[in-house]
Design a protein around this ligand. Structure first.
Ligand SMILES: CC(C)(COP(=O)(O)OP(=O)(O)OC[C@H]1O[C@@H](n2cnc3c(N)ncnc32)[C@H](O)[C@@H]1OP(=O)(O)O)[C@@H](O)C(=O)NCCC(=O)NCCS
Length: 165
């Protein structure tokens, strides 16, 4: 069973071994680069199967301040979500995305929506987010290095309706 936890110091040795395959690197980059973005407001998280770290993501509490499209409500950002290459294709991403709203409701109770951007070429990830209850806002973000990205949103509260739609 997949669980989500805030990354702790004890996770570091496992986290630095996580990586995606070469052709996926344009979507998330290396774990070293991702960790360089982490701080007290941009919190690293691990995706665990029992005691094994299989994936990672950032929860960005500064998202509403930094991205115009997320400004309307008290939103957080899901960033750098990935499953390490040796653990892909086993259903772990789907389980993690489905577990996310409950986790965020508890861990970040002052926030209403989760926003993310996903590269337009990244069809597998976009489908995954749709299956996890994210909605395509039908607007594109052009600030990414690897081309346009879909902006997606999911309500943390109800899991059904996005508060700013
Ligand atoms: C996208 C990603 C997180 C999916 O992780 P995963 O654990 O392999 O996904 P799952 O096994 O949970 O599969 C989820 C769905 O995607 C489908 N899928 C996964 N990998 C696939 C592939 N290579 N080809 C086709 N479909 C695929 C699965 O069939 C499943 O669909 P279903 O729900 O209809 O059965 C993973 O490929 C990844 O880390 N990619 C690189 C980083 C990235 O792009 N992150 C998103 C940034 S916005």
């Amino acid at each position: 069973m997949v669980t989500i936890e805030k990354m702790k110091t004890r996770h570091l040795a496992g986290v630095i071994t996580l990586s995606v395959v070469e052709e996926q690197k344009k979507f998330v980059g290396s774990i070293e680069d991702i960790l360089a973005n982490a701080n007290a407001q941009i919190r690293p998280h691990v995706i665990l199967v029992e005691d094994t770290i299989v994936g990672f993501f950032l929860i960005d509490t500064t998202y509403a301040k930094n991205y115009d499209f997320a400004r309307q409500s008290n939103s957080i950002g899901l960033r750098s979500f990935f499953i390490s290459k040796e653990h892909q294709g086993k259903g772990y991403a789907k389980q993690a995305i489905l577990a996310l709203p409950n986790y965020l409701r508890e861990a970040y109770p002052n926030h209403l929506n989760t926003f993310l951007t996903v590269n337009c070429q990244n069809l597998i990830a976009k489908e995954l987010y749709l299956k996890g209850g994210f909605q395509d806002t039908n607007t594109l973000y052009h600030g990414g290095a690897a081309g346009p990205q879909h902006i997606m949103v999911r309500s943390i509260e109800s899991g059904i309706k996005a508060a700013n739609q």
